[in-house]
Write a protein that binds this ligand. Structure first.
Ligand code: GTR
Length: 421
């Protein structure tokens, strides 16, 4: 009886004490984010063949990001930069995204419209045509750029790889969208640019005849020839070629941002082009930030079947065969190091495997820390809507469905405030 009373008193005391623990501490000691049962069940009902259950994730071993192919342990920044990073980049070219053809081409920029009083006088708008030409054929990438009028120039800037079309990125600003919240980004002192991915390569499978493929590819195409995602990433770099010439922009402070297929593209753009000073992957999922070996939500075989044009032909070898892939996506994230890297997910987007994306970031940390960035995040995911940020890496899982919203952008800018400004 006495013992029972003691236990009762103790539990009251505990309950009382919890009220006084600072909420920050509580959040840290809390279990991290878990997918809701309702979401798991609803998604499983819609696609019973897809795994959304954590307990069904197979056991796997990730390739060691810090072991060279000839078996050396990478213990210095020098060995990473000279040997291991180039090796990993090659493995991704060869097996996943494909290689850019060596066909020489010409490139020119033309500012076709400029408005110094855009957005009610708060910003300057420039519309730029980037023309790529070779062998009598050419292609134009339309770049839209706003820079703040009331900020000290040159300003840091964000470049969005737009995979949704002009309705989200209207230069006249008659139509506004949280997907590209240009006014809000300008108000925080950043430049904001965008190009439409389909300008570079239309998002459909036509055996690589249209877009930049039709201009630069040699046929028959080898099995490691670039797919559409690598083409979009290349397009992002052509936009960067212009941006670094613009006096209003700080060329060494340009972040590349992408959502979903655009997020996969942003990661590959950042890997291939070290001039991007920061990379933001929003809900990039399978073949983006999410670990392939978890086979959670979208898998390598699903993505290669539904989107046969996104990756190189070699990637199809890993359909239902993820364990033989010589890389996993933590190694793609590691290619961004030591630059700031933001990985974001959404709680209902289990197709894109939020946990696999977080673990991927976690497993890229050894490279960030080898490069002395003091980036340290726990293995447990943060709770919903709580950003976790350390050194040069940051992550959040926002409540809601697959999308990119102002809430996401605000967190991206919080990180950029610390790492780019
Ligand atoms: C899905 C695809 C994902 C993701 C998404 C998107 O259909 O399976 O990998 O890229 O499209 O881009 O919105």
């Amino acid at each position: 009886m006495n013992l029972l009373r003691k236990l009762f008193q103790l539990s009251l005391l505990l309950l009382f004490a919890i009220d006084f623990i600072p909420s920050g501490l509580l959040a840290q000691t809390h279990e991290g984010w878990q997918a809701s049962k309702e979401t798991i069940e609803a998604l499983t009902k819609a696609r019973p063949e897809v795994n959304y259950y954590e307990e069904k994730v197979p056991a796997y071993n990730l390739p060691d990001v810090l072991a060279t192919m000839d078996g050396r342990e990478v213990t210095s920044a020098r060995l990473w930069n000279k040997v291991r990073r180039p090796e990993i980049l090659e493995l991704f070219r060869e097996n996943v995204f494909g290689r850019v053809p060596e066909t020489p081409c010409e490139k020119s920029f033309k500012v076709v419209n400029m408005d110094k009083y855009a957005m009610g006088g708060t910003a300057t708008l420039k519309q730029v045509e980037i023309t790529i030409s070779t062998g009598g054929k050419s292609l134009v990438i339309h770049l839209t750029l706003f820079t703040p009028n009331n900020a000290k120039r040159p300003v840091p800037a964000f470049l969005l790889i737009d995979n949704r079309g002009a309705v989200n990125t209207d230069p006249s600003r008659k139509v506004k969208s949280e997907f590209w919240p240009a006014e809000e980004v300008i108000a925080r002192g950043y430049g904001i640019a965008v190009f439409y991915n389909a300008d570079v390569d239309p998002d459909n499978f036509d055996d690589f005849k249209n877009g930049i493929h039709g201009i630069l590819d040699k046929y028959p195409r080898p099995d490691d020839a670039w797919g559409t995602i690598a083409a979009w990433a290349w397009g992002a770099s052509r936009c960067l070629d212009y941006l670094v010439t613009d006096k209003d922009i700080a060329g060494n402070k340009i972040a590349v941002v992408g959502h979903s297929r655009g997020g996969k593209t942003a990661l590959w753009a950042g890997a291939e082009d070290p001039r991007f000073a920061m990379v933001v992957s929003n809900e990039s999922g399978c073949s983006g930030a999410a670990l392939a070996r978890r086979r959670f939500g979208e898998t390598v075989s699903r993505i290669n079947t539904n989107f046969p044009h996104w990756f190189c032909t070699n990637y199809k070898k890993y359909n239902n065969n993820e364990d033989t892939l010589p890389v996993d996506m933590h190694m793609l994230l590691a290619l961004i190091a030591p630059r700031p890297l933001y990985v974001a997910c959404a709680s209902e987007d289990l197709w894109g495997d939020p946990r696999g994306s977080y673990l991927s970031l976690y497993n890229a940390l050894p490279v960030y820390n080898l490069l002395r960035t003091n980036s340290d995040i726990p293995e447990t995911m943060p709770p919903l809507n709580k950003q976790v940020k350390s050194g040069r890496v940051a992550f959040h899982i926002r409540d809601g469905i697959h999308n990119m919203l102002l809430k996401d952008w605000n967190w991206f800018m919080d990180m950029a405030d610390e790492t780019l400004k």
